[in-house]
Design a protein around this ligand. Sequence first.
Ligand code: ZN
Length: 373
Amino acid sequence: MTPIISNVELCKLASGDFVSLQVYKFIGEKRGKKVYIQANLHGSEIVGNAVIHQLIEYLSTLEPNQITGEIWLVPVCNPLGINQRHHVFSTGRFSSYDGKNWNRIFWDYEKECLDLSEFARSQLNKKPEIIRKNYLEKIYLAWQQQLEKINQPSSIPLAEQYRYRLQSLCLDADYVIDIHSSSNQGIDYLFCFQGSEESAKYFLFEYGILMTEYEGEAFDEAFLKPWLALEKELANLGKVIKFDLESWTLELGTGMQINPLSVVKGVKGIKNYLAYKNVLSAKDELQTESIKLVNKNKLISYHAPTGGMIQNRVALGTKVRTGERLYQLLSFNKHQKLPEVINVYAETDGLIFDLSTNQSVNQGEYVLDLLND
Ligand SMILES: [Zn+2]
């Protein structure tokens, strides 16, 4: 089948050019869930574009009766971030306008929904699918006010206009997948919401971070948090419902690179997850991986004790023991003394989870993450 390809204009530049997105929609024969997959929200995290490309190629080989529901794919979903450079290096993690992280700008309906208890009480004798429909209508009503603000003479800042266009694509989705990578060099893993642990296994990753607190401004959180709030409110009133809505952030390897193994892992995991959710008819047997879900506080960031150059650092994915050397810091001085080589040792056992790409560090700069599991 061929996808429906459509454009979404994001904003007009001073030069008269338009910045826009392109959406690829695969609509199955049978009605069902809506899956929304995007990549490259952070400018240097390009790997997800290759994952989406492979998914487009795969889905194009299917017949419409092999997809139940619809799958929307948005590669290069943040053009302003992606095209940002310092010298030849992609930065694009933070907006150059206000310094904000591009993945901390999103609209969280929970913060606006002041009558949630009242609404929950009004839904107590309704079926889950009706509650879902009614709450979604409420979300859309509030969302409409965002558009009204954009259209007022005073309008709203660029980041808010951007998020309006992007979130409009998936407010009514059932499953959201946002593909990132480390800005530096990382292993492949995912972020998992509490309550989604069972589904996490179907992405076939070895590791995941189990989130415990939600600020609501990250893309995955902004989508799911209002629904979790409603579930909680209903549960307080004695009505226990779990909506079949899920939101995922996948972290696939290294920034500014497309690591082929990370692409394979991402594509395989997403296909398996979609088969598990019956969006794709599972030809092969479904697989699961006993994913190790850990709390974020198990990640220990090491920062340079003094300025210098990192050398002889342990490789990504290595398991280290307490007291083992993690790296050396070649440290120069201006005290008429010879340069020094400083050894830095592991404070705990753990797995090398992420490494800085830049081996030149000022004092206090990030060097590596160790997962103490
Ligand atoms: Zn990211």
